[in-house]
Design a protein around this ligand. Structure first.
Ligand code: HEC
Ligand code: HEC
Ligand code: HEC
Length: 413
């Protein structure tokens, strides 16, 4: 009797411990999946791998690259049309080395030059999450590029010139928070994919990280600590507020940044947003602001620009150029307004835009379009005016640049 009780206790202990370890494994893998889900948000995998009104991660979105169109593939676990047959190693090689199924080369429109910094653990967690997605049948032929760019093996040469595989190296001189921020910016959040200037081959100019770059008719501005062309004038809190809500006293996020805010930065946890701000405020890149002399206020173009501004812009942005916090961006002292490249300004003045709305900042004010009202010379004059008033200083903008931007926007709005 006693011994049978003993046996049953032993048996139930056995069962219990077997159950316990299965549960521990479950918990471990559900943690892993949750972490993978969060990493997919940090990395905005959905932003590219989901077509407008398509199923999440089933691909089909057309990405414009300098070399032509690429359709983004299906990365759900469907065995025919997704990555259901892929091994863990193949998944890791796609992310960090730009290798597709069977070792083919991927175009850098997939940001593997940034994802190569991802840690082993983060790649495993992402893999765990993607394996849990609902398989979706959706055949996508990624490569729509014209000859000769459609030849994948050319990417062997591209990679040799432009890509170094390698994990993130922490800087032991800096805090854990700074290093976490550097990791997110350089790795998963791939901020440099948009903000780092590109070579003629479309590779990152590694000597000027985050110094600003043109993409699809927008300009992703300099986000280094430079105090004139970068965000050196922003406080840490202002940077946090921008990443969390898409707006602050300086500006509102539009275009590709509105998407990055909506799908990625506004969903990040507070520690991670703070870490990004800590890193960007102390990145040690950006150099000193080079003093530039503004165009003189009595220049005829400036005078014309001042009159156009008063009639068309001052109602919202104010005569002082100070705008209205979180409603109408401030133009005085703005890095975007003084960027070397005025693409974003041209686009906004011609076509207008509705700024991002997030859960934290739900009203999305709009900038009206002026393309029907102002001619090329007038748009050029008003942009030259805002770039050189209230202490701002930057190069002039020509009518020809406006005509070119008009033509570009007519082709792909
Ligand atoms: C900026 C857009 C962009 C982002 C962000 C992005 N991808 Fe991609 N991805 C692409 C493109 C474009 C391709 C196709 C490249 C090619 O065919 O050469 C691709 C290819 C892939 C492939 C290979 C699929 C195949 O069938 O060859 C995998 C796997 C993948 N991405 C996973 C991810 C994951 C996971 C994330 C987030 C961590 C992510 N991607 C984020 C654009 C993106
Ligand atoms: C898909 C491309 C893209 C990605 C990815 C991206 N940005 Fe941007 N970013 C832009 C564009 C374009 C603008 C200009 C938006 C505008 O004019 O409102 C911008 C604007 C900004 C600004 C405002 C600068 C100013 O002077 O107004 C900050 C700050 C910024 N981005 C930080 C980041 C950080 C940090 C990351 C990574 C976590 C990031 N961005 C990722 C495209 C991108
Ligand atoms: C009805 C109010 C209104 C008027 C009038 C207006 N704007 Fe705007 N402007 C906005 C809003 C709102 C935004 C933010 C939109 C966005 O970023 O998507 C904006 C954004 C901008 C930006 C980008 C600033 C930044 O940091 O993102 C510039 C530059 C700009 N406007 C210049 C002008 C000029 C020049 C005129 C006159 C030709 C003008 N605006 C007229 C409301 C207005």
């Amino acid at each position: 009797m006693l011994s049978s009780v003993k046996i049953s206790i032993a048996a139930s202990l056995l069962i219990f411990s077997a159950y316990g370890s299965a549960r521990a494994q479950d918990l471990q893998s559900s943690d892993r999946i949750a972490r993978g889900h969060y990493l997919a948000t940090l990395s905005d995998c959905a932003g590219c791998h989901t077509a407008p009104s398509g199923q999440p991660y089933a691909g089909g979105l057309a990405l414009d690259t300098p070399f032509g169109k690429i359709l983004v593939p299906n990365i759900t676990p469907d065995t025919d049309t997704g990555i259901g047959q892929w091994t863990d190693d193949e998944f890791a090689a796609a992310l960090r080395d730009g290798r597709g199924h069977g070792g083919s080369r991927l175009y850098p429109a997939m940001p593997y030059p940034a994802f190569t910094k991802l840690s082993d653990e983060d790649v495993h967690d992402l893999r765990a999450y993607f394996a849990t997605l609902e398989p979706v049948k959706n055949k996508v032929i990624a490569n729509q590029l014209p000859f000769p760019f459609n030849i994948r093996s050319l990417l062997i040469a591209w990679n040799a010139l432009n890509f170094t595989s390698g994990r993130f190296q922490p800087n032991p001189q800096k805090s854990a928070e700074w290093n976490r921020g550097a990791y997110i910016v350089q790795g998963p959040a791939h901020c440099g994919t948009c903000h780092t200037p590109k070579t003629v081959l479309g590779g990152d100019k590694t000597d000027t990280p985050l110094a600003g770059a043109k993409l699809q008719g927008w300009f992703a501005p300099n986000i280094t600590t430079n105090s004139r062309t970068g965000i050196g004038g922003w406080s840490k809190d202002e940077l946090v507020q921008y990443l969390k809500t898409g707006s602050n006293a300086w500006t509102l996020a539009s275009g590709p940044m509105a998407e990055a805010v909506t799908h990625s930065t506004s969903q990040m946890n507070d520690d991670d947003i703070m870490a990004i701000a800590t890193y960007l405020k102390d990145s040690g890149i950006g150099g000193d602001a080079i003093k530039v002399a503004p165009v003189a206020a009595n220049d005829p173009v400036m005078k014309a620009g001042a009159a156009i501004y008063k009639d068309n812009c001052a109602a919202c942005h104010k005569e002082s150029g100070l705008g209205e916090p979180a409603l109408f961006p401030r133009l005085a002292g703005s890095a975007l307004v003084q960027s070397d490249n005025s693409t974003t300004l041209e686009r906004l003045v011609l076509h207008g835009n509705r700024a991002v709305s997030t859960a934290f900042a739900p009203t999305a004010p709009a900038m009206p379009a002026f393309d029907w009202r102002l001619n090329d010379a007038e748009v050029a004059a008003v942009i030259t005016y805002i770039r050189n008033s209230w202490g701002n200083a930057a190069s002039t903008v020509s009518s020809k640049e406006i005509a070119d931007q008009r033509a570009l926007l007519a082709r792909s709005p």
